[in-house]
Design a protein around this ligand. Structure first.
Ligand code: GRF
Length: 187
């Protein structure tokens, strides 16, 4: 199988990145993590780049030309697929144009419900019955591209924000690889 050179964008803990790295070691998994882009120099997730010797680039989104730095590196590492895994910055239209249909994101809610930030506190306030995660394509509108995989669970009375987050992340570790396999299944 020809593995697609993939870049994972992160900003924080990087547990989804770690999970994708583990899956990518399987010969039958359709992607290779060739590059990691991070916009937070304190992000814990960077340890996985070091541990697994994956090239990584820190970008400062306050600088005007940060976008160019991203595009140049994507070119340098011949990236053909992008996974956003907890990247806390909105991707520019220019990047989306360059990688149309090739950028996916994981979001901690059952989209189209609860787009944006603070999903768990909003769910609890609204007394939602179900929570979950969504892997979707990225387009110009926030958390609005078509859904690839969605997984849900019933919210328990005892669930607080932390418990919801833990339960959601467990599902994310299944949903993200499943979505990637689904995308490349017939190609
Ligand atoms: C995930 O829960 C994802 O849904 C959201 O950001 C979080 C990233 O977590 N977009 P991690 O950095 O992969 O641990």
């Amino acid at each position: 199988m020809v593995k697609r050179n993939t870049c994972v964008f992160i900003s924080g803990k990087g547990s989804n990145l770690k999970n994708l790295i583990a899956h990518s070691r399987d010969n039958n998994f359709p992607i290779r993590i060739s590059l990691i882009i991070c916009n937070n120099k304190k992000a814990f997730g960077v340890v996985y780049a070091k541990k697994y010797k994956i090239p990584y680039v820190l970008i400062n989104t306050k600088l005007k030309n940060y976008e160019n730095k991203i595009l140049l590196n994507l070119k340098k590492y011949k990236i053909s697929f992008i996974c956003l895994a907890g990247f806390m910055k909105i991707i520019s239209n220019n990047l989306i144009k360059n990688y149309r249909g090739k950028i996916i994101n994981i979001h901690p809610s059952l989209l189209p419900k609860f787009k944006g930030l603070n999903t768990f506190s909003r769910m609890l306030k609204k007394r939602e019955k179900k929570a979950g995660c969504t892997v979707h394509y990225v387009n110009e509108k926030l958390d609005s591209g078509s859904v690839i995989v969605q997984k849900n669970f019933e919210i328990d009375n005892k669930d607080d924000e932390n418990l919801l987050k833990n339960k959601t992340q467990k599902l994310e570790y299944r949903a993200f690889p499943e979505a990637i396999i689904k995308i490349f299944r017939n190609s």
